[in-house]
Ligand binder design. Structure first.
Ligand code: ADP
Ligand code: MG
Length: 695
């Protein structure tokens, strides 16, 4: 059956179905964990409070969390402002003050009536020799004692949600976790001594001590493995499907190809040459090509892609190049159109911006084959986009696209060969999580004549000197990128900061300063970008919209404000915008004076290396324990349960496991296969299921 099994229904209800969750909490939870109950289960505790310490007061130690049964003796209102309200209590062996700031007396009268017995839990302190417990976490009657968890998991929070609330909500979600048929290989599960899925979820949310929080705890290992297995199954299914479909042989046109090669304004590097040869061989073979072109920023992937398209088009079919953003699609158009037209090839570009008649005209050219090469954004996915004969697809900077989208586009050309180009130099061990087992070509060499980039760390306090320094650079004819701080989770604030900086620099250096940000209309963005590329602007103040792919070889200075807020991969990408021509380039990383030691260490990594692979390995190491695989910054798909640092071995195992499973049971029809379908649904890999025969 190719629909989600009923057993998962409860998990895919909205978080608002959990008792105690109203509209306000729903919004907050959607942001913190995700829209469904299952996402609450993936929200694992980050700490633990042991409340089992329960000493007689006369022996109680300060600094510890304790749970105590006490008689309430007396309420003492604060004598003056700034002092706490105190409630004196006793257990017969000694006395303790429960202290409260800013709490109404009548509320406390109700919670802690004089003469009553209450169980309280919180941190003990000594103050002037007196034992006290400021703001107990729990105050309950002896009958409600069970409401105090002996060992309490502590969850990552967001503003507006308290510990108590999230604890209660997640307990509610856990009650919905069903028993599911086991999908793990029994022998492997036994060897690893992993619990069932249900028990793993329960255990991961009930850590008994610090070890229970470790990514190496069996419960967490199991969940990480489940996540990786779902990921690897999805990729393997995709791969299998692509293999099953026959490809076509694109022989190319050698004369046309030779002319294209000769028309480039440079000679290919050895690495480009080798990659082009591999790709042409794949295109010519009757198997369907599925290749990854991995090359650090500035290694010249575009030229390789262009030559590959010329080869494909020389065989009589159409080729498409898909970029992640409007700016990049336009940039490719500007670079490739003249080259292609000189060869007699027709290039059209389709993006979300094209509407009405313009769009219809472009679509017509694609449908009747007049367009040889089509450049575009994800607008190319739309249903009414039809090619006459799409034989070859290039997906540029693919980490911006999901597997799902990759599938959609290749469906436009049933037999189309696919080349994915990426500049994300992810560590080799992690390549599997993104690309499964695609064939890989690497551009491990930069074009000759590039000079190393002079990268420096500069304290934010010296920003005025930096702004002064720009003047000298401009008079020397250099072009400058100024990248504005990334303010977490708030595009609005990003924008305000960028606009503010722009005004400041504009005031100082005048008309030849431009501003580029994500909220601008595409046409405005293009216009600014074009002016900068053509030298009508000297300074481009921008948010990270320029991060990926933008190519202006004349730009030689990059200034990044609050560099400590960026991921290393992102900084590397940003810096990759300069050092593209033969001029000497400088990158200034401005950092907040009070940023942490680790942050500074990370920046030093960037300063000292231009090797994307090295940087990504360091990034992983420095991000340290608990860091989940894939964040928005790294460009990897987000995993909730897998830690890049601790679970690398699991990835390889899951990869082999997935292959073995599909070798034996390609449509997941066996009993274990059916359980694995549930796993795929559990991790929302619904698209993968579409490629299975129903069973
Ligand atoms: P990326 O791999 O980051 O996409 P691009 O394809 O944008 O890199 O190329 C970066 C710059 O290097 C471009 O300006 C391009 O014209 C230039 N370039 C590419 N290949 C060569 C080469 N073999 N020799 C000299 N310059 C090259
Ligand atoms: Mg590129």
């Amino acid at each position: 059956m190719n629909t989600r099994p009923y057993s998962l229904d409860a998990l895919f209800q909205s978080v608002k179905s959990v008792s105690g969750v109203g509209p306000r909490l729903t919004k907050l939870l959607e942001k913190l964990v995700g829209p469904c109950v299952v996402h609450l289960l993936w929200h694992l505790p980050a700490g633990v409070i042991d409340r089992r310490y329960s000493p007689p007061l006369r022996e109680a130690k300060g600094g510890q969390v304790a749970t105590l049964q006490l008689s309430v003796l007396e309420h003492m209102e604060p004598k003056r402002r700034g002092l706490p309200y105190r409630v004196k209590c006793s257990d017969g062996t000694g006395v303790i003050d429960l202290t409260f700031f800013n709490v109404r007396g009548d509320y406390l009268d109700h919670q802690l009536p004089v003469g009553a017995v209450r169980v309280v839990s919180g941190k003990l302190e000594f103050y002037n020799g007196y034992l006290q417990m400021p703001h107990p976490d729990f105050i309950v009657t002896p009958e409600e004692k069970h409401l105090i968890p002996a060992i309490e998991p502590i969850y990552p929070l967001t503003a507006g949600i308290t510990h108590k609330v999230i604890y209660k909500i997640i307990r509610g979600a856990l009650l919905r976790a069903p028993d599911l048929e086991e999908w793990l290989d029994p022998a492997y599960q036994k060897r690893e001594q992993w619990p069932s899925w249900h028990d793993a979820v329960a255990a991961a949310h009930a850590p008994q001590d610090e070890h229970g929080l470790s990514p190496l705890h069996p419960a967490r290992m199991r969940l990480a493995y489940d996540e990786m297995l779902a990921n690897q199954l999805t990729l393997s299914l995709l791969r299998l499907r692509q293999k099953k479909q026959k490809g076509r042989s694109l022989a190319g046109d050698d004369t046309l190809f030779a002319r294209a090669l000769a028309s480039l304004p440079f000679t290919l590097t050895g690495a480009q040459d080798a990659a082009v040869a591999e790709i042409r061989k794949d295109l010519a073979s009757p198997d369907r090509m599925h290749r990854l072109l991995q090359g650090d920023v500035g290694s010249g992937k575009t030229a390789v892609g262009f030559l590959a398209m010329v080869h494909a088009v020389g065989s009589g079919c159409q080729a498409a190049l898909m970029a992640p953003t409007e700016i990049l699609a336009r940039q490719h158009e500007h670079k490739l159109k003249p080259l292609a037209e000189a060869l007699g090839l027709n290039v059209v570009t389709l993006t979300g911006r094209d509407k009405g008649k313009t769009r219809a005209a472009i679509l017509a050219q694609m449908a009747d084959g007049r367009a040889h090469i089509v450049i575009g954004t994800h607008a190319l996915f739309q249903d009414d986009v039809v090619f006459k004969d799409l034989g070859f697809v290039i997906i540029d900077e693919q980490h911006r696209f999901g597997v799902h989208q990759r599938l959609q586009l290749s469906a436009k050309g049933a037999l189309a060969d696919v080349l994915v180009m990426t500049a994300t130099p992810i560590p080799r061990t992690l390549t599997l999580t993104v690309y499964g087992d695609m064939d890989v070509s690497r551009l491990n060499e930069k074009p000759a004549g590039r000079q190393p980039i002079d990268t420096r760390l500069v304290s934010n306090e010296r920003i005025d000197e930096v702004i002064d320094g720009i003047g000298r650079k401009i008079s020397g004819g250099e072009r400058i990128y100024w990248v504005c701080p990334l303010v977490e989770e708030s595009e609005k604030l990003d924008l305000a900061a960028a606009e503010e900086r722009y005004r400041h620099i504009h005031q100082r250096y005048g008309e030849r300063t431009g501003l580029l940000h994500g909220r601008m209309k595409p046409a405005e963005k293009d216009a600014v970008m074009e002016k900068f590329a053509h030298g009508e602007l000297d300074i481009l103040v921008a948010t990270t919209v320029i991060e990926v792919g933008v190519d202006v070889p004349e730009a030689t200075v990059m200034i990044i404000e609050h560099a400590e807020r960026f991921g290393l991969a992102q900084l590397h990408q940003l810096r990759g915008r300069i050092g593209r021509g033969t001029g000497k380039s400088t990158c200034l990383l401005l950092y907040a004076a009070k940023c942490s030691e680790v942050a500074r260490q990370r920046l030093a990594t960037i300063r000292d290396s231009e090797d994307g692979f090295f940087i990504s390995e360091q990034d992983l190491k420095l991000r340290g324990a608990g860091e989940m695989l894939g964040t928005k910054q790294s460009g990897l798909p987000a995993f909730r349960l897998t830690s890049a640092e601790h679970h690398q071995d699991l990835i390889a195992t899951a990869h082999d496991d997935a292959r073995l499973i599909l070798d034996r049971d390609p449509d997941l029809l066996s009993p274990r296969g059916k359980a694995l379908r549930t796993l795929l649904y559990l991790f929302e890999r619904d698209t993968a299921i579409k490629y299975l025969r129903s069973g």
